[in-house]
Structure formats: C-alpha cells, structure tokens
Design a protein around this ligand. Sequence first.
Ligand SMILES: [Zn+2]
Length: 651
Amino acid sequence: MSQFIQFKLNLDTFIEDLNTLLKANEKKVQDLLAQDSKTYKNFVKPLQMMDEKLEHFFTPLSHVNSVNNTDETQKVYSDSLPILTEYSTKLSQNIEIYKVYKEIDANEKETLHYEQNRVIELNIEHFEHSGAHLDDDIKARLQEINIKKSELSNHFSQNLLDATNAYEYIIEDKEDVRGLPKSDIANAAFEDNGITKYKFTLQMPSYIAYMTYGENASIREALYKAYVTRAPQNAEIIDELLALKDEMSKLLGFSNYAEYSLAGKMAENETQVLGFLNNLVHNAKVQARTELQELQAIAPQKLQSFDSGFYSEILKKEKYDIDEEEYRPYFEKTSVIEGTFTFLNKLFGIRFENVKENLWDEKATSYNLYVDNKLTARLYFDLEARKGKRGGAWMHNFQAHCTNEKGKEQLASAFVVCNFPPSSKSTKSLLRHDDVVTLFHEMGHAIHHMLSSVNENEVSGVNGVQWDAVEFPSQFLENFAYEPKVLKLFAKHYETGAVIPDSMIEKLVKSKNFLSASGMLRQLEFSIFDFKLHTKPHAKKEVQDLLDSIRKDTSLIQTPSYNKFQNGFAHIFAGGYAAGYYSYKWAEVLSADAFFSVVDEGIFNSRTAKEYRNIVLNGGGAKSMSVLFKELMGREPKPENLLRLNGIKTV
Ligand SMILES: [Zn+2]
C-alpha cells in the first residue's frame, strides 16, 4: 500500500462530504471529552489526527482552486469557508478542551516527550491568546475589540484603495514621457478628441514606471506628493487601532501589544528586537551614505525623495545592465529541476526519484524523496504558468510527518507551485535567474516540511514554526542560487551546452547588492517605527513625532514634511504584521549566518550543511528556532553575516 494519500477531489459531493466529516469530528470531540481519564495518548493524539485528516480532505480543494481555478472550484471553495470557520471557531472557544490541556500539562509534563509538551504548550497558548479562558465580561469586551479592529482595518485599506483609484495625472506633452519603456507608454496612452495623451495613476505599475523612468522632475514630484499624502483620514484610524490593540493586550495580561505579538515568536523581548534593528542601522548607514554620494554625483541638483528611483535606475543601467534574455538560455526548466535535485543531493545527501501518477494537470509531476535510501516524503511540482492558475509561487504542505494513534508512521508530502514560462513540444521553458531563486526559495520551505522527523503533526515540518523564523529555511536555500559552484551544476546553454560564464554570475550578485545599504535602511525605518509604535499607546502628534525621530537616523535624504507614509502602511494597520515587520530582517540574519558557515566550509564538504539537515530540517516546529539555531551553530546569530550577504561592510 502506498504511504501517500492519492490526490483526489470530487467537487460534486465536496460540501456534503465536508459536512459529514465535520459532524463526525464534533461527535468525536464529545466522545473524547466524555472519557473518564484523559491523557495525551487518548485525548491529544486523536484530536491532532482528526485535524490532520481534515487537512488531507480540504487541501486538494484549496490547491486545485489555486492552480486550476474555475467558477465551479470557486463556488465550492467559497461555500466551504463559512462552514469551516464556524467549525473551527466553535473548537477554539471550547473551554472544556482548554481545561483538559491544562490538566494533561499538569499531570504528564515530566513524562511526555518534548515534542508532545510543545503541542500542549502551543494549544494552551492559542486558547489564552484569544482570551477563551477569561471571565465572560472580559471575553465580551475582547470580542467587541476584535470586531472593531477588523472594521477599522477594513476602512484603512478601503480609504487607501479609494485614494489610489481617485488620482490621475494627465500628460499632454509627448516630451514628458520620453525615456519610459514602450510598453509603459502604450499602457498610459489614450485618445482625447484626436490628441494622444498619457494617463499616470497611483496604481503600482503606472506609478513605479514614471518614478523610475519619467524625466520630468516636477511630474515626479506631483505623483510622489499625491502618493505619500493618500488617505489622510487614516490618521484617526491609526489612533483608534493603537488604543484598541493596547487595551486588548492588557486584558490578555501583556504590558503592551509588542509583548503580545512576541509571545509566539522567536525573538524574546523588546530590548532584543530593538537592539537587533539598531545594530543594523548603525552598520548600514555608513555605506548608505557612500551610495547616496554616488547617486548625487549623477544628479544635476540636490537629490529629493522623488528623485531617488529615477537616478538609481540610471546608475544601475550604467553599472550592471542585466539583460534577462541573455540569461534565459542557461536556465532551461528541466535542467534547472535536475540541477536543483543534484545540488540538494550533494548538500544534504537526499535523493529525488520521479513517480508516475495521475495528478490535477498533465504538466504536474511527483517525486519520492529518499534519505539514506529510505523513502521519506513525496514532492509535487506544478511549475508552469497556465490559465486558471493564481500568480506567484508558493509551497503548500499536504501530509505532515508523524505517528498516528496506532503508532504507525505517516510520511510527509508538499506541493511546490510556480509560474514559469509554459513549454510545448516545440518550445522549451526558459527561466529568468529570478525564477531559479524562487524555485530554491520554495524548495527550502518544501524540504523543511518533508524532512521532518517529528512524530507530532502539529509541530512537524512547517507546522508550529515560529512566525519570525518561517522564512529561515527558504532564504537559506535561496542564497545558494547566486553561488558559482551551485549554478555551474546546471546553468548550461540549452542549445550549445556551454556553462554559464563567471562574469555573468558576478553581474547577478553585484546587481542584487546594488544600493543594498540604502534599501536596508529603509526596511529598518519601517521595522523600528512599527515596533516602537506598539510598545506604548501613541496618539495624534506622537505617531508623527515617533516617525520623525526615527528618520533622523535612517533617512539620508530629507523626507518632505507633507509625507504621511504611516497612512499607507497597510502591512501593519490592515495586514498581519503589527509589531512583526522586523521578522523579514530577523529571518534573513539566521539564513545568511548559516549560509556562510556552509560556504566557508566549502559548500559540498560542509559539516554545517549536514547538521542543518539533522537539526533544523528534521526538527520542524517542535523546538523554538532559537534553540535549534544554537544547536546548529553553537552560538547566537551574527547579524554581520546579513551585512556580508548584502555586500555591506561592518563598521
Ligand atoms: Zn517563503
């Protein structure tokens, strides 16, 4: 019998089957709770496996809805969401389950495996962070706050969207679109009474096009000003949101929202996060000044905020003009896949073998993953773009490695989805170097999931991994896509067989690090602002004052006083990044640090690479990443390796 679930999806009966399954689950929860004596083995384990099976049932639908989207998949998917939400809300508010977790924690903590203790710890945390365990009047207030918060976040994005859509700048003089790429000019052009005019908006492709290529500085200034003054009414929403988040955190027993946000993360406290960010500012600043001087040197007058994109582009063209078309013939899809597998084999000693099976699309493929000749996991690839497929790239986990109620081993499986150029009988799929980086990134997530040796599915593979550490394995692997030793394994011209020249690889690295210190400084400005904003209640003028005080350190070009960046900071006010924007840089440090250990040891003879497999990849989410990282490196992470990766000298 196969170790893996056959991929199947029946749209006609899906909702009915889902309802049946959820009903059975609810009955099962009642039965589990009704047992006289409840233990990890007879309560937590079956509950976990029940969730795992629901994943197995639901994942094919969410997957197919993303890769072969039709009206039918959309309908079934959107019909199933409220059913699932109702089910999981009920479960997460079932205080009886919480009490049993607490009981088992008290009785069995000493005798359980650390993986099992971690499952209990995370479940208790989950209940307590939602306040399900608190008195009814507090719970009612928390619910009110949650509803209000999501309304406000919604208004925040809506205001931003409305402001973005409301603005347009019409150019009548053809001279003013000189220098823009033909496609951008064509997109902007329209006829008005027989005269060709050009419309630019605040929507991303249009705005970026003019800010990057538009030669008329006063038009750039007008667009910039319109962009950074969008949605002034969001200032009030920010005040309200910050007050609500502060109140919520205090009701849940935290001293502020930043502390609440850190509770499920690898970073330990406020001092650690801010110390980390400030150290990077200190180091990046020196080189950022040099970068600015270089930029200033090619500009005819003192650089303004609305000039940097434009002059950066000119300088980049001058220094490292990368022609993607020149690279594509070296990255033919089939050889990139084989090369990626060879690379992973040489680095970690793992092996992939093609499996013939019927999948959701004829272009999709599957592979068995072997570790030391033992079948360990299954990987599904769906890499080419097609109609009905969502854009971008992602990894989605399917099965998680664990032992089931009967003590039998279940193997892991995962999907990697990309949008590479389609191939046909007569044309090959030729990738950009960026696509190769993307594939490595997603494979980093996939092997993190598939190589898990954890026996508890809720903390196995990518499950239960701390939010600010999730990107560590993906960025770690991604870094190798710039290494000559790795690229030369597979970057061969698909017609001539010639290996990619060193000079072309060098150009890729230099272009990646172009103005890297300035870019880092900007990210750090956002991170520090976000984090400090959530360490105590800020209102009205205090928000702007905080931002201004940070900019004294991070903004080398004077930001105009009309710039109200915060009113458009949707990541933290309308997304999930509040007091968490620092996570990007945090995970990058871990990945850069481990990466250079491997590179410095000699990539394919690296002890750290093997240890990385055994400690980080096998370890899944069963231990904090700070513990795993220390086991791997024997020390704390070194931020200077992130600077090195970006070509920034430490001061
Ligand atoms: Zn990722």
